[in-house]
Design a protein around this ligand. Structure first.
Ligand SMILES: [Zn+2]
Length: 206
């Protein structure tokens, strides 16, 4: 007969509770060590982070580049992003990745792996067996990354005239000042200097 009396059940429950790891093994992601070199932002310990979450470094990088809207590449244990990106932004995107692609929403553990089901990617937990879809992938990819590079040329529309008489154009998150440009005109400009999200350009002959 396969039934249990109350004491058997109680013992079973207690055994189960005791066999669970003490709940102090919360997931500790190695903090991204970020520093700046020239006009680039570097994560020094990117390999440690990808090891800790057990995901391909390239996959994580792709997510970060999309989210941060910048270009970048891996170099040994590092990742180098174009431009100076606030450490909080990088850290924040990293957490977005981990919350979406790594952490089990049921038990909070990072012991998961990704499973493909048709066109969907699911996160399956090795610890508790829970399975969930990725949270809206579209939103985490955001807009196509719009970048601006010093020395490169872009076609911009002069939307406004600034206080000092310069034409003002917008490109992604950047404001571009173009001296001598006429409001409403389409101008080919060369970016001479970028400071944060403000760029200074001059018109070029197309
Ligand atoms: Zn789980």
């Amino acid at each position: 007969m396969n039934s249990y009396n109350y004491n058997d059940l109680l013992k079973k429950v207690q055994d189960n509770i005791e066999s669970k790891p003490v709940s102090d093994d919360r997931f500790n992601l190695p903090k991204a060590e970020i520093f700046y070199e020239g006009n680039t932002s570097v994560i020094k310990n990117f390999d440690k982070i990808s090891d800790a979450v057990n995901r391909e470094a390239d996959e994580i990088l792709k997510f970060l580049l999309g989210g941060l809207g910048t270009a970048g590449e891996r170099s040994g244990s590092r990742v180098i992003f174009q431009g100076k990106i606030r450490a909080e932004s990088i850290q924040g995107k990293l957490m977005d990745y981990i919350n979406n692609y790594v952490i089990c929403s049921e038990c909070g553990k990072p012991d998961t792996h990704l499973v493909k089901r048709g066109r969907n990617t699911l996160v399956r937990c090795d610890a508790c067996g829970a399975i969930r879809p990725l949270k809206s992938q579209k939103r985490s990819i955001e807009k196509p990354s719009i970048i601006l590079k010093e020395g490169s040329s872009y076609d911009v529309i002069i939307k406004d005239i600034g206080k000092k008489g310069d034409g003002v154009a917008f490109h992604g998150k950047f404001i571009i000042y173009v001296p001598g440009a006429i409001k409403g005109s389409l101008v080919k400009v060369k970016i001479e200097k970028i400071s944060g999200t403000v760029a200074f350009a001059r018109p070029v002959e197309s």
